[in-house]
Design a protein around this ligand. Structure first.
Ligand SMILES: [Fe+2]
Ligand SMILES: [Fe+2]
Length: 271
C-alpha cells in the first residue's frame, strides 16, 4: 500500500521574489502533476492542511479543480489557514468526514487504518487538541488495538527545534503524547505546517513533518519574529506499507527556483 502526502499549498498567495512573482497556485498545479506522473500510482492521497492561504471560496475551487485530475481517493485535514465551513462547502462530496463539528475521521478500508485529526484553533495559527478531540482520538485508538494505524494532523504536537514553527505547534501536545504512548498500533504520526522536512521519534512513535508542496521556510534554528519564504525544492512524501513495515520517501517536486524573496533574517549577536 502506498500513501502520498502533499501539504500546505497556500493557494491565493503570490510571493514576490527577485526573479518576479511566484503564484503558489502554479506551484500547487506542479505538485498535482507530480503526483499524477507517479508510477505506480499511490493508493490514496492525503492533503494535510493549508490548502488555501485565506480560506477563499475561489481558491478552494482552484484546489478542487486541480485535485480532480487525480484518479486516486483524496482525503483532506484542515490547517490553520483553512475554514471548516468552506472545506465542507467546496468539497461537498467528501463523505468521510462528519457533516458538522471537527473535521476528524477514521478510514477503515485500507490495510493501514488512517486517522485524520483536526488541530484547527479557529482564528489562531497555533494548533489545538482540546479535551473533546483528545477524547475522540483516544476512543478511536482504543476500539481497534489490532489495526496498524497512521495519524495525520496538520500541526506537529512536538517541538521540531525550529523556534518559529515551535511557537505555532499543536497545544496540548503532551496530553496527546500520553495517549499516543498507550497505543502501540500507531505506526507513525504525520504532519505539515512547518514548511520544512523534519523526522523525529516521539512517545515511542516515528514522526514526520512533510515540507510544503509550494514554498519552504528556512532552516532557522534561532528565534525570529517571522520567516522569509524560501524556494527550496518543494516536496511531497510517500509512505509504503509492506510486510508489516512502514517506509517513507521524500519526493521533490518540479524545478528548483533559485533565490530568496526578501533576504535572510539576521542571527542575533551579542552586544
Ligand atoms: Fe502552511
Ligand atoms: Fe499551517
Amino acid at each position: 500500500m502506498i500513501i502520498a502526502q502533499i501539504t500546505d499549498f497556500h493557494v491565493g498567495r503570490i510571493i514576490q521574489t527577485e526573479q518576479g512573482p511566484v503564484d503558489l497556485h502554479d506551484r500547487m498545479l506542479e505538485a498535482v502533476a507530480h503526483i499524477k506522473k507517479m508510477t505506480p500510482q499511490p493508493d490514496l492521497l492525503m492533503v494535510s492542511g493549508d490548502l488555501s492561504n485565506h480560506g477563499n471560496e475561489a481558491d478552494y475551487i482552484r484546489v478542487r479543480e486541480a485535485l480532480q485530475q487525480l484518479q486516486m481517493p483524496i482525503y483532506i485535514i484542515p490547517g490553520n489557514h483553512d475554514r471548516r465551513s468552506r472545506l465542507r462547502q467546496i468539497f461537498a462530496d467528501h463523505d468521510y468526514w462528519p457533516q458538522e463539528g471537527f473535521i476528524h475521521y477514521v478510514l477503515e478500508e485500507y490495510p493501514l487504518r488512517i486517522i485524520g485529526l483536526d488541530t484547527l484553533a479557529y482564528g489562531e495559527h497555533y494548533g489545538l487538541l482540546c479535551q473533546e478531540r483528545l477524547a475522540w482520538v483516544d476512543a478511536r485508538l482504543k476500539e481497534a488495538p489490532e489495526r496498524p494505524s497512521l495519524i495525520f494532523m496538520h500541526h506537529p504536537p512536538f517541538k521540531t527545534g525550529l523556534p518559529y514553527p515551535d511557537r505555532l505547534m499543536c497545544r496540548n501536545g503532551d496530553a496527546f503524547g500520553d495517549i499516543v504512548a498507550r497505543y502501540p498500533q500507531i505506526q507513525a504520526i504525520i504532519c505539515g505546517h512547518v514548511h520544512r522536512d523534519v523526522v523525529t521519534y516521539w512517545r515511542g512513535v516515528p514522526a514526520y513533518v512533510t515540507g510544503s508542496a509550494t514554498f519552504a521556510n528556512g532552516l532557522i534554528l534561532y528565534p525570529v519574529d517571522d520567516v522569509d519564504p524560501l524556494f527550496e525544492p518543494p516536496t511531497g512524501r510517500l509512505f509504503v506499507w509492506e510486510n508489516g513495515r512502514l517506509t517513507s520517501h521524500i519526493s521533490f517536486i518540479g524545478s528548483y527556483i533559485y533565490g530568496l524573496s526578501e533576504g535572510v533574517p539576521k542571527a542575533p549577536r551579542d552586544p
